[in-house]
Design a protein around this ligand. Sequence first.
Ligand code: HH2
Length: 374
Amino acid sequence: MASIYLRPLGLGATAAPAEGLPLAGGPLRFATAEVATRSAPDGVARQSLPLESALARVAAKAGPDAAAALRDRLSRPRAPFAGLTLDRARIMGVINVTPDSFSDGGERFDPGRAVADGQAMLAAGADILDVGGESTRPGAAPVDPAEEQRRVLPVIRALAAGGAVVSIDSRHAATLAEALAAGAIIANDVSALTGDPQSLPLVAGAGCGVVLMHMQGAPQTMQQAPRYGDVVLDVYDFLEARLEACLEAGLPREGIALDPGIGFGKSLDHNLALLDSLAVFHGLGCPILLGVSRKSFIARLAGEAPPKARLPGSLAAALSGVARGAQILRVHDVAETRQAVRVWEAIAAAPETDPALELSPVLESPPALESPKT
Ligand code: HH2
């Protein structure tokens, strides 16, 4: 049977409330959508349609109930995630307690420095601190879970004791368990809980928040010629399957955030396609988390800039995510991202100019010009 997907198009905050649907209950609305139909791995047809025609197309292919459910998942306001309302974009600050992370070269391997930097990120506006003890950069070797725990647990304990919302960035069930016991309340797993058979039952039992991220392959080899039938739809299908597995295990949909995994087994073109089509993932009915900060696709586009010189590109990509409804941004530069997002959100929320003024007779028929003096 063909699969069918709906991507909101023409997103904007200025459409009149009667027009179209709100995206995930947020400030952005849409009245048109792209329908993608797939009958084979790479046999995809796409067409842009007015929203109601797009939903009618879904109803014709998948049935009226499926179309109504998709409409509801795309538009329903999201419940708070880990206690954070999602009425504005939330910032997740990255704390890598590693000697070898690509983004900071191991600056926070010292736990005292990691805790101090986490506190500074909170003061700069971070809503969540994501603590990790294993680099997942392309080519990175796996870290033994015992060593990973030695790195992250003291940092998590200190930050959680200070009241921070902490997430643990790990693919290992034992580390997830210890981190949750130490005060973390979100499990951020770049393997979407597939890396360790114990992870899904553990997380379901703990009832914590979960981030399911897409990755093709494993960090050591994932950038060696990644291939997809259709990258956007393949990532969608993967996240949908992992979401279903979590729901079956008893996790509530509100506790699950989804992440397309920028840079994880993806070429430049794959990353750009996912960023451009990000709004399609709202069709899964969960908050979207986006990690673009300092990633190498920015360097591919901008003269091979080293990680710490990728802030402008990181901000541009983060804002493109916000413009497509991403609710959580995973970033290294918290204060800068907070400022950029605040300005973007203020512009989006600005009241519209009075349409009556725009159509005033003065503008419609300008006064006749005086004849030039000779
Ligand atoms: N990216 C990294 C690590 N964890 N988790 C999610 N959910 N999404 C991401 O995009 C993501 C992630 C890689 O970035 P970083 O932690 O800075 O680097 P390293 O893996 O080298 O420590």
